[in-house]
Design a protein around this ligand. Structure first.
Ligand SMILES: [Zn+2]
Length: 105
């Protein structure tokens, strides 16, 4: 079990990588399973999101500064995960399952 601090560090590292590659076609290599802290989403903002397999709720995971324009920039064999805010289970998404979505609250 990772500490919340580590999960928050993961969020910042992923968002820094996303920011740095904004406007280019560079893919973000998700090489390993990456646990993320839960963020507080902003209504109307876009997020790379994860659907919970247990209860199907979709949770915003990482901010998409391109507002959906860049599509899904992730590649690799890793996955993103977070604790589902609805059911408390581990919600994980492989690269192909990451959802690009505007948070409507
Ligand atoms: Zn859930």
């Amino acid at each position: 079990m990772l500490s919340e601090e580590t999960k928050l560090t993961n969020v910042h590292a992923m968002e820094a990588a996303l920011s740095a590659s904004l406007g280019s076609s560079t893919k973000i290599n998700l090489a390993v399973p990456t646990s993320l802290a839960r963020i507080t989403p902003i209504v109307g903002a876009w997020y790379f999101s994860i659907k919970c397999d247990h209860c199907t709720v979709i949770s915003p995971a990482l901010r998409d500064e391109s507002n959906g324009q860049r599509g899904n920039p992730f590649t690799g064999i890793g996955l993103l995960s977070l604790i589902c805010p609805r059911c408390g289970e581990d919600a994980a998404a492989r690269v192909e399952d990451i959802i690009v979505q505007q948070w409507m609250g």
